[in-house]
Design a protein. Structure first.
Length: 152
């Protein structure tokens, strides 16, 4: 089960044929620049990553970089290419002892060289999420956070 939470919502289009025409010939643009989207997954096996492939493919079509930070699994290049992901536009970053996933995401969002940054940070508190949202606004980037659902 996946849940999607966005800091800003887009209007819902009612006409299905208009939707198909709109998305079929849509020139890549970052209409979500300066916003954050949070995707919550049920568990850590991330078996639902194939559901994200169309989203990842669309996000790789912009002129600026598409940054992936700390993905839980490295997907085979041929699978990514077959899904339509332009690997020439993707930058893969992994945290180390000097740079956390959060810090890498904040920097990538704020620089303005990436149109989208997708990150698997684990848990984020409200202050960290707000910091990422501010960085996205500063860099006119779209931040996407994928995390496991927190159980109480």
């Amino acid at each position: 089960m996946m849940a999607f939470h966005a800091s800003q919502t887009a209007p819902i289009m009612q006409n299905t044929s208009a939707n198909e025409k709109f998305f079929a010939k849509q020139k890549p643009t970052n209409q979500l620049a300066g916003t954050m989207t949070e995707i919550v997954v049920q568990d850590e096996n991330f078996s639902n990553i194939p559901m994200l492939m169309p989203l990842l493919a669309q996000l790789s079509q912009d002129d600026r970089w598409f940054v992936w930070i700390a993905p839980p699994v490295l997907l085979p290049k041929n699978l990514l290419i077959e899904a339509g992901i332009d690997l020439n536009k993707v930058i893969l970053l992994n945290p180390d002892n000097k740079h956390s996933t959060f810090e890498l995401a904040k920097q990538a969002l704020s620089t303005g060289t990436s149109h989208a940054v997708i990150s698997w940070p684990g848990y984020l508190n409200d202050e960290e999420f707000n910091d990422l949202e501010s960085a996205a606004k500063k860099g006119q980037s779209h931040g996407i956070i994928i995390r496991r659902r927190q159980h109480s």
